[in-house]
Design a protein around this ligand. Structure first.
Ligand code: PMV
Length: 346
């Protein structure tokens, strides 16, 4: 008997950054992110338990991708206690990213959350569980996704999620993310994120290496304290409709702090490119001149995420085309926005 499922799961962009971890992918500080919509992974998982030839086959866009297999194998072996049927199963995974391969956009959040969803879904089929997908089901998925890739645990919920214990959200904890949409002021529920592709090259330093660097950094404790304070202040601004000043200031400071941390170790590195800095300066110039409340954030890479209320979509698009696309690799950008979370395809 072969069980098959297919899920689409989005990427996310952190406003308060998770940077520094311990134990099994537990965060040193709480983080909060917008769940995106356009950038997502679609994954199909086929599982034949008790197979004659157990093993894992990973495909990307229908083509075998053996280079993905070691990471997936490590992750699946950590799942064997949870899903006993994994032990002797023949497993086939086929995934597709909506964003162009090599666009420099991290795919681990969307891919690992999609895999967590597929695993839980197959588990329901194998165990003939027909119960509704309740809060606990989603918590389990978020926890499984976290073990695959920390930030993936936040992709599981619509609009906005918090991961890591913080007094701003009663249910928050380090094991899984929680949805936070119900607290959000309307302006943020369809917030836009234009992702400017400054470079489409593979990251020179993995985020695992970046997290590790935090263990050796003299500023680490100060950074964690700052993140705890920032999430409290940011979550207050996220509940207010027409007060974007504090939101902008914290989001930009978090992005620059993330990169400053990378630059301040004994083995420092720089993931920004000259175009990244040019865009940041252009954002500051444009915001001052136009009064439009657009701000930037950065992932662990050179690409710039422009965050703005949807009412400003038209002038922002003109500005991107006229002033910012020259800094983008082949003029590329992706117009994304806050989205409604994962979706089952079949
Ligand atoms: O999930 P990881 O281990 O790839 O770490 C992601 C870290 C950042 O993207 C830089 C920040 C975040 O909170 O998403």
């Amino acid at each position: 008997m072969t069980y098959t499922t297919s899920w689409r799961s989005p990427s996310n962009i952190a406003l308060i950054k998770y940077w520094g971890k311990h134990s099994l992918q537990l965060p040193r500080n709480p983080s909060v992110s917008f769940t995106l919509s356009v950038c997502h992974t679609t994954m199909t998982l086929s599982v034949t338990p008790n197979a004659d030839q157990p093993g894992v086959q990973v495909k990307y866009d229908g083509q075998p991708k053996p280079s993905f297999e070691p990471k997936i194998n490590t992750f699946l072996s950590m799942m064997k206690d949870r899903f006993l049927w994994l032990a002797d199963a023949a497993i086939e995974i086929d995934s597709h990213n909506s964003f162009p391969h090599g666009a420099g956009i991290a795919s681990s959040a969307s891919a690992m959350s999609a895999l967590a969803l597929c695993l839980m879904d197959v588990n329901d089929q194998v165990t003939a569980n027909i119960a509704d997908h309740d809060e606990l089901w989603w918590q389990n998925i978020s926890e499984i996704a976290r073990i695959g890739s920390g930030s993936a645990c936040r992709s599981v919920f619509p609009v906005i999620s918090i991961w890591g214990e913080t007094p701003v959200a009663k249910e928050s904890n380090d094991l899984f993310a929680i949805p936070w949409e119900h607290q959000l002021a309307p302006v943020f529920k369809d917030y836009c994120d234009a992702i400017l592709i400054v470079s489409s090259e593979e990251k020179a330093v993995s985020s695992s290496a970046g997290h590790k660097l935090m263990d050796t950094l003299p500023y680490a404790e100060t950074r964690y304290r700052e993140a705890f304070q920032n999430i409290e202040s940011l979550c207050k601004s996220l509940q207010v409709e027409n007060e974007l000043g504090q939101f902008i200031s914290i989001v930009e400071s978090e992005a620059l702090q993330l990169h400053a941390l990378m630059m301040s170790g004994k083995d420092p590195y720089i993931l920004m490119e000259p175009g990244t800095l040019s865009i940041i300066k252009e954002v500051w110039r444009f915001r001052k001149a136009s009064g439009i409340p657009v701000c930037f954030t950065l992932d662990a890479g050179p690409n710039v995420h422009l965050l703005y209320p949807s009412t400003y979509a038209a002038p922002i698009l003109d500005w991107i085309n006229n002033n910012l696309s020259p800094y983008c690799a082949e003029g590329r950008y992706i117009l994304d926005r806050v989205g409604s979370g994962p979706e089952k395809i079949i």
